[in-house]
Ligand binder design. Sequence first.
Ligand code: NIG
Ligand code: FE
Length: 406
Amino acid sequence: MTANPQNRKLWRDVTLFDGLETLPAPMAVVVEGDRIDLVVPMTELDEAIAAGCDAMGRGGVMTPGLVDCHTHLVFGGSRAGEFEKRLEGVSYEEIARQGGGILNTVRATREASESELFALARPRLEALMRDGITTVEIKSGYGLTVEDELKMLRVARRLGEELPVRVVTTLLGAHALPPEFKGESDAYIDLVCQQMIPAAAEQGLADAVDVFCEKIAFSVEQCERVFEAAEAHGLPIKAHAEQLSNLGGSTMAARHGALSADHIEYLDEAGVNALREAGSVAVLLPGAFHTLHETQLPPIAALRETGVPMAIATDANPGSSPLFMPTLMLNFACTLFRLTPREALAGMTAHGARALGLHERSLGCIVKGAPADLCLWDVDSPAELAYAVQPGRLRQRIFKGEPRHG
Ligand code: NIG
Ligand code: FE
């Protein structure tokens, strides 16, 4: 075997989706250590360079490692009972008003220990990884006390330490009003701003701060107070907004330079323009749209024409999106939201990374210098990843330059 002191690896003859588009010719990709070092058409591959690399294989479709920029993977309990209620015609909002929904999961999550939550979340994350995820965002939001929110964030951090995947954490203290604050939502927002955010920031447990801006959650004004507290602690922000109604949460979030506005089925034209001006990403969550039988479609055409980057994520959670299969979301993005397969894939690679503020390091793209997080798929074209729903097509998941199976 050729000496290879720099740990260089070569993939030949791949059909390459680089995070934004599919390149026209078969490509060669060289990884050195944990970085991409060379991306060239096969016709330009210098065999002297190839001889100094370990040969990793030939053919297949290569994409950036998939980025799931919106999940709630850490939680206790199950909401299968509510699933059945919704099928009988009770709405997600009604269930929430009756003290179920998010609060149902809050009860189970508070009762669970850190190690129990870790044991529950691990197989969910492994399912995402088997389907190509190399970067995942995980939110808190089912603890709703300072200690329980920090507990969730510690579990998320530990998942990233123990498994070969990048984990980005988000504090979602303003997810729902906990029962002990009934009728006192401003006082709860005080707790989020004055205690939760400072504690999470001080302990380095949160990479960003999120809110749920909705009639069944928090008002635009309350969410803005959360954002001001986040800014005071140097944390970027994002919002669950315009999911069930149009309150203007996305526009306010954009005014604060949000990384993203997520769900956004009810986003109007002013909101689209606000996202564009702020450079925020529109995170589309077709799994929640599907699960809740929504009918209001996000303003895809306006986002596309205005040039707002669209990300796609699983929103994996026990209530509105108990779906742990990223490539199914690519399919849903196309079938339910009419994205093209190219747009859907960009949404789970380059734009997903942008929604997490990681694009400056070229995460989610296959270019020289980018982190070597890659997927090699046994399919004929990138579009097949969105076209067919078929587990088991991932030949290699390459994390920080190292191929791993699943
Ligand atoms: O992204 N919209 C609010 N939060 C989650 C749902 C959480 C739940 O129902 O448990 C979402 O859909
Ligand atoms: Fe969510």
